[in-house]
Design a protein around this ligand. Sequence first.
Ligand SMILES: *Cc1c(COP(=O)(O)O)cnc(C)c1O
Length: 361
Amino acid sequence: MSKRAYNFCAGPAALPEAVLQRAREEMLDWHGKGLSVMEMSHRGADFVGIAEQAEQDFRDLLSIPNNYKVLFMQGGASQQFAQIPLNLLPENGVADYIDTGIWSGKSAKEAAHFGKVNIAATGKAHNYFDIPAQREWQLSKDAAYVHYATNETIGGVQFDWVPETNGVPLVADMSSDILSRPINVADFGMIYAGAQKNIGPSGLLIGIIREDLLGKARASCPTVMDYKVIADNDSMYNTPPTFSWYLSGLVFKWLKAQGGVLAMEKLNREKKELLYKAIDESSFYTNPVAKECRSWMNIPFRLADESLDKAFLAGAEERGLLNLKGHRSVGGMRASIYNAVGLDAVQALVDYMREFEKEKA
Ligand SMILES: *Cc1c(COP(=O)(O)O)cnc(C)c1O
């Protein structure tokens, strides 16, 4: 059998090995039906069963209240940057955006194509290494919604608190930290997440949306993007990404077997503490993010001497530690340690970092 490497990719990211094995077993002949999931009609009883089970398991994992719809969509989080204002921002309305890095910045820029955007707070003055405190936010009185990203995947900056919006619907991009620890869904009007970080394969985006926010789309909103149309058709107005949906369902089953998001929180806390400790204890590695808002999922770090970056990455790859190169806009290194990346992977990384430092410092 081929050896599986430790994969620190930011996305598409590592998947649980047990899930991949299960998918392999079921690939040619799903449950004795003589065909693969990819070859099934999305409207047939078999696939509808797979889809409903996946939704139920996802609801169980996050304790999603009954007045929220779960929508399985396409186009990734980037499409939502447009789809959200098309559905939730009236032509003459205003939406508040919190700018804490590259993804939330992009979402605000896209929304501005569709209406008035108020940047209610920005981390720019802190080079996006810190999140502005709520008391500094300048929220509009009449915003249609407040949008933010709970975790900035590139900058490695994460909220460990939920903003107070005084009844204005809170819309959260959770692409890179959904299912990593418990959340209270009722705090949000809408949550959305691309699958390829902490859920499953790319091609799928999951939205959780409060029912009273459905049916507000503009007349100009494309039918396939209208949340109410999607909800009324159980996310099958048109052909959904069936294989990604199925595989995500296997991940949800796996997560439940691991003990759900509470168990993930415990494990993810251990993982990030191990890695930040290794960074903070050395003068060879640094992470620039303010301690209170350091990401649990995406941990950027730099070498004291950046001319050693190439050697660090080459040595890592030799040991089967893959995809540690930082985002092209940031440089340095980044370790993404989503649910499917085990403590053993983080330990192997930390061991390598110490060894490399000893050799080069
Ligand atoms: C990856 C990511 C996106 C973009 O996702 P796509 O599926 O590529 O559009 C948006 N927001 C966050 C927080 C992300 O991590």
